[in-house]
Design a protein around this ligand. Structure first.
Ligand SMILES: Nc1nc2c(ncn2[C@@H]2O[C@H](COP(=O)(O)OP(=O)(O)OP(=O)(O)O)[C@@H](O)[C@H]2O)c(=O)[nH]1
Ligand SMILES: [Mg+2]
Length: 200
């Protein structure tokens, strides 16, 4: 039995959503296609997502850009709107999810560690019923783009968006969120600028 199938047996109730639709204005080119160790970032993140969840959705307004990547078990969700930000992209992906929990990932996380994600997944059964999400926390607030959400948060997320909300931090302030222990903060390194990329 491979690691993947062991995991999917144990945690079949997990879907992953990978966001690939930002402006990449600080980077000046699409971050999803930047190669780290010869592998495009989106492909790298999607492989890790596929090792954690049975279904992986890539939410993007431009799937044609990524058609030459190797993305096993990944399905594109074509975003209806462009440049509405990650919260709106997440809501569009979440509307397709059938499992109780979803793992949300940005595409610009070059240091993602599958072992840490798998450790978190093993704890999901212990998350209190009142929590709508389980996320790592740092000095600037929650890390919303590398963590877990309950599917049932969709109605309140849509309410927040329909009232003009676009900030994960503001949305999460309204709800109960469980803290995930982060063994290594480097894992959440966000590759936003050419300097970030060069430092890899
Ligand atoms: N699907 C989708 N993903 C988005 C959207 N905006 C941001 N993202 C994703 O969210 C993650 C974090 O994006 P950021 O690094 O904050 O923003 P960005 O717009 O990509 O880059 P900047 O223009 O430099 O801020 C990345 O995986 C982006 O691809 C969007 O409107 N739709
Ligand atoms: Mg970023």
């Amino acid at each position: 039995m491979t690691n993947n199938s062991a995991l999917s047996t144990q945690h079949s109730a997990l879907t992953a959503i990978v966001l690939a639709g930002g402006k990449s204005s600080r980077m000046g080119q699409d971050k999803a296609l930047l190669c780290v160790d010869g592998v495009p970032l989106l492909q790298r993140v999607c492989h890790i997502a596929a090792a954690c969840a049975e279904t992986v959705y890539i939410v993007t307004p431009w799937p044609e850009r990524y058609q030459n990547l190797t993305l096993p078990r990944c399905e594109f969700i074509l975003e209806a709107t462009v440049n509405q930000g990650p919260l709106v992209g997440f809501a569009q992906g979440l509307a397709q999810v059938q499992t109780d929990w979803v793992l949300l990932l940005a595409c610009d996380l070059p240091k993602l560690q599958v072992e840490v994600l798998q450790g978190w997944i093993a704890e999901l059964d212990n998350v209190g019923e009142d929590a709508i999400a389980a996320l790592a926390h740092h000095t600037k607030g929650w890390e919303p783009l590398c963590g877990f959400y309950r599917r049932r948060c969709l109605p309140q997320l849509l309410d927040f968006i329909n009232q003009g909300g676009r900030s994960f931090q503001q949305w999460l302030q309204q709800s109960s969120v469980q803290v995930l222990a982060l063994p290594d903060t480097k894992m959440l390194l966000n590759c936003n600028t050419p300097e970030d990329w060069a430092s890899l």
